[in-house]
Design a protein around this ligand. Sequence first.
Ligand code: ADP
Length: 442
Amino acid sequence: MGRLWVVFPATAVLLGLAAAFVGSHSLLGGVVIAIILGVAAGLFLLRPIRNTSDALTAATEALAAGNYAARAPVGADGELATLSNAFNQMAQQIQVNMAAASEGRNRLTAALDSSVDAVLALDVEGRVLFANLAALTLFERDAPAIARNPIAWLLPDELVIEAVRSSRDSGTQTRIDIERPGRRFFRVVTSSIAAGGEWAVLVVLHDVSDVKRTEQIRRDFVANVSHELRTPLAGIKAVIETLAEGALDDRDAAIDFLSRADSEVDRLIQLVEELLDLSRIESGQMPLSPRLTDVGQLVRDVAERMLPQAERRHIGLDVELPEHLGEAVIDPERVEHALVNLVQNAVKFTPEGGRVVMSAGRRDGELTLQVSDTGIGIDASALPRIFERFYKADLSRAGRAGSGIGLAIVKHAVEAHGGSVGVESEPGAGSTFTITLPISTT
Ligand code: ADP
């Protein structure tokens, strides 16, 4: 404003000069000249004020548009300089505050993105304002596709919509369990956000599919083990009753009944042993004891051990080994145990007259051990799960069913060696289980 005080004295001087001119010529001419000169001088002197005010307007507009680095030039003196300085201080403060807010937002986004749970922030209308990475992955959509869409569009579930409404209206936290396509189960927690600005409700989806599946597997397991225990026990009881009712006096019949009771006891012993093995393995009580082992001999030993079982079921059991299989550092007991489990299954799931082949080979620094059968095979849908403990491919095969533990024990043993186990199978044609172990001879 300092320059305004220059404008008036200057105009007064010019008027004086004009009056002098008028003294010598005409009064009107003098006044006109004085006015023209005054306006010209005023415009000239006001130009810096206009420039400064234009610059201030431009800086204010830039700031409003989000350019927090915008500043007004501080060329002028006096009040204009004070105004520009005040504006710049304000802009500086806004820039600092916005940077702090943006850093806070980035930290929050990073924290939410690192969560394995899907998180959605909704406005009071239930529209999505924010979705973290897990949510984008879960709903298979990118952020712009989700933004501003109603939660009902993403999760068309009455329970979820009701939970969101209840959290928004009463501020309570609600927990519900929902099922999504692909048999995936989620615990959904909705909470109201009191100081969340536009964010009114937070929805967190926690994947509980594994917990549900484990619960189901355990329930199935208890049912299966009870069934498995009941069948041989009922058989043994029937044998004892028959013997007590007089069969004991018929020596041949008595021997036959005793042999039946013996196989039932074998079945019980195998089940209990498998359960104990699994329990020991899972509690880390079966550490690996690797030593240099003749692999061919180990395979032959397993075949010899399993031959009586195969013969009882009229199944051929053959061994096919290359000439120089050599030795490898493995834990012979654990590998033998794994092979016995595979051959037991092969015999169990192969109809009479079928064939089981044990083979082995060395390739690309790896030792492979295979058990193939000409049995009933495994359905493709069951293949990815058969190594899970307690899993049984088809419960309707109750007559042949075991505990569903054998393959889990095989997998444990093989993975403890740093190896892997896989299966190829065709229903009705047979299965081939392949154990691959890294070769070490030291
Ligand atoms: P189980 O004690 O039931 O045999 P396993 O863990 O050894 O338990 O096997 C799991 C399931 O895999 C079995 O119930 C069976 O359905 C399937 N399975 C395993 N081996 C074979 C095989 N050689 N042929 C067909 N099905 C098999």
